[in-house]
Design a protein around this ligand. Structure first.
Ligand code: ZN
Length: 506
């Protein structure tokens, strides 16, 4: 049996006090990764100690088996599962586990406690059952990382916030993150339906080859080769992202709601073995919840705080050797929500229309040099050291001082004398030029290519390194070169286009 962490026992205390004070439908807010199922196990154990029967409800069939496993590990073994043809079906057992969909179609178990996992997913038939007079004395505990759905306050009567993402990052139970805003898609003309962007119009705005190419080249520059989960608007968009990565030589997996459990397992294993650097997906409840994700590509503009928190939550698990999560926000979601840690509500939504709320905090600011999003009051960029007031004239481009980096590399601008910073790596200028020479010869590039690349990165010509030996091209330099290739190819395309149009018009 696993013991409760401090925030879990704190949550349990407050839950017990809430029920003791007469509440019957409390919601406990716990971030993803905070060990919700362990807390649920403890609540159930206490109910069982009093001889009460309990029901645990999950929002998807695919979550049943992992819930059984988790309870089993916590010594809860008297489990029955409510699901057609499940080997553990046994209505006599005192702890029943069901998906919402199976439950609403079947006779309901007689219980004194119901725990509703992901209770922000509201199913009407299920809520009607809970509202039935016969259920009045049953304690219903909602669990959610994002209890912000409209109208939740009509079905639940208390909100217990025991820890937030920010708290858990500070306590080192969740990973810190850095956000970059490398792109600003044009969403004018995209309408709003049920509180979020209209999907079809959003897809049309986001699924453009220039935007998708930018996702790939940005990842080469800033993704540090990390295990990455990419989020697209819909299947066409997510598949386009996958195809672009594959075309650039990066094996990329794909998952959506139609991917079977078995296929999902294959993708997950390949991801963890490094055979897939990236998995592109359409945000669904179960993808990536237990994956070791260290970079997130967010290409899914959303007005939904729930969806945004779910997406970013996929990368916040801590792991061996993981310093932080990199978020590449290609969706401008920071302009709608700020940082994911800024999202906070102290009450359940009661469904009444509200005036547009004013932000309690100003939005983060984008560093003009590295596109890092920094807290609004910081004058100097903590990521690259850039200071807005000083102006670009203080950025020396001479070799050996501050080497100017391409906008949005995400890396610190400073490199020690005689070095250049490419991505995360600091490389001696002689080695750097040696790598460029090797690449130039291997690919039969024209003469002067290596010197031009060198100048683009360093700011000066490689005169004194002309005779250095060739060097094997490192991963970082390879990524940087690929990013340049994609960027230049698209610059050429967009330059050509207007001329072509003019020609067509004559
Ligand atoms: Zn910066």
């Amino acid at each position: 049996m696993r013991s409760l962490r401090p925030h879990q026992s704190h949550a349990l205390d407050r839950l017990l006090r809430s029920v003791a004070s007469g509440k019957r439908r409390p919601v406990v807010q716990l971030p993803t990764g905070a060990g919700k199922t362990i807390l649920a196990g403890e609540i159930i154990r206490r109910a069982r100690a009093k001889g009460n029967r309990a029901l645990f409800v999950v929002p998807a069939l695919s979550l049943i088996d992992q819930t059984v496993e988790s309870f089993w590990r916590d010594d809860i073994r008297e489990i029955g599962v409510i699901q057609a043809d499940h080997p553990m079906t046994n209505p006599d057992r005192p702890v029943q586990i069901a998906s919402v969909q199976s439950l609403i179609r079947r006779p309901k178990p007689d219980v004194k406690l119901v725990i509703v996992d992901e209770c922000h997913v509201m199913n009407r038939a299920f809520l009607e059952w809970l509202a039935d007079p016969s259920m009045r004395d049953v304690i219903v505990v909602g669990l959610s990382a994002t209890p912000w759905a409209q109208g939740m306050g009509k079905h639940y009567d208390d909100l217990i916030i025991c820890s937030t993402i920010r708290d858990l990052i500070e306590a080192k139970y969740l990973s810190p993150f850095r956000v970059f805003a490398p792109a600003h898609p044009d969403l004018t003309g995209v309408g709003t339906v049920a509180g979020d962007f209209q999907k079809g119009q959003l897809e049309a705005a986001m699924n453009k080859s220039v935007l998708v190419a930018d996702i790939v080249s940005t990842w080469f520059r800033m993704g540090e080769g990390r295990p990455t989960l990419a989020f697209g608007v819909d299947r066409a968009h997510a598949k386009h992202i996958q195809a672009q990565f594959e075309a650039s030589g990066i094996p990329c997996g794909y998952v959506d709601a139609y991917t079977t459990m078995d296929e999902r397992k294959v993708v997950r294993d390949k991801f963890h073995r490094g055979e897939y650097k990236i998995v592109s997906n359409v945000g669904c409840l179960t993808t990536g919840t237990d994956w070791d994700v260290r970079c997130i590509i967010d290409a899914r503009p959303t007005k939904s705080e729930i969806l945004l928190t779910q997406i970013y939550g996929r990368g916040l698990r801590i792991a061996e050797g993981k310093d932080d999560l990199i978020i590449l926000d290609h969706a401008d979601n920071y302009t709608r929500h700020g940082f994911v840690t800024d999202i906070f509500h102290d009450k359940l939504d009661d469904g009444t229309p509200k005036p547009p709320k004013k932000r309690s905090q100003p939005l983060p600011k984008e560093c003009p040099k590295c596109s890092y999003l920094r807290p609004p009051k910081l004058a100097q960029c903590p990521n690259c050291g850039f200071k807005a007031e000083a102006g670009p004239s203080t950025v020396e481009t001479a070799e050996g001082s501050l080497s100017e980096v391409v906008r949005g590399t995400g890396s610190k601008a400073t490199a020690p004398k005689g070095h250049v910073r490419i991505g995360k790596a600091v490389i001696h200028l002689a080695d750097f030029y040696g790598m460029l020479k090797k690449r130039c010869r291997e690919r039969n590039y024209r003469e002067g290519w290596a010197a031009n690349q060198y100048k683009e990165a360093v700011g000066t010509w490689p005169n004194k390194y002309r005779d250095v030996p060739e060097k094997p091209v490192s991963w970082e330099v390879d990524c940087w070169l690929k990013a340049n290739l994609i960027r230049h190819a698209h610059a050429r395309k967009t330059q050509k286009q207007p001329a072509g149009e003019a020609h067509a018009g004559t």
